[in-house]
Design a protein around this ligand. Structure first.
Ligand code: AMP
Ligand code: ZN
Length: 114
């Protein structure tokens, strides 16, 4: 996807503060943090949203959760807790059409969300 900002981050055409990278996923700090810890975890493959996932993406999504666990350990969030959020579509607040997982921590969160 030529225009996609997260694809551009994957290709290094837009700078990011990387937290983790392997051949399948990239994690970087959110540019507008909503919590003391706010990183995004994305697949390198362009997938627009949860609505576009297929069976063949199962390994990517499973891997993302294992990466999230590693990042939570590295950033010392395991004891206090953390939240992982994926917004899907307009009303949920998805603004970037490349599937991403927000990993948020470092403060208490309310439930249900606003
Ligand atoms: P969402 O609203 O769920 O689609 O989340 C998109 C997130 O991407 C927002 O929290 C933005 O702050 C973040 N974001 C947008 N552009 C960048 C960027 N260039 N680098 C890091 N985070 C970004
Ligand atoms: Zn993309």
């Amino acid at each position: 996807m030529e225009e996609c900002i997260f694809c551009k981050i994957v290709k290094g055409e837009i700078p990011s503060e990387k937290v983790y990278e392997d051949d399948m996923v990239l994690s970087f700090k959110d540019i507008e943090p909503a919590a003391p810890v706010h990183v995004l975890i994305i697949p390198k493959k362009h997938i627009e949203s949860i609505n576009d996932l297929t069976e063949e993406d199962s390994n990517i999504i499973a891997h993302i959760y294992l990466v999230a666990k590693q990042i939570a350990e590295k950033l010392d969030l395991v004891e206090t807790g953390y939240r992982i959020v994926t917004n899907c579509g307009e009303e949920a607040g998805q603004t970037v059409p490349h599937i991403h997982f927000h990993l948020l921590g470092g403060r208490p969160f309310k439930w249900p969300p606003g």
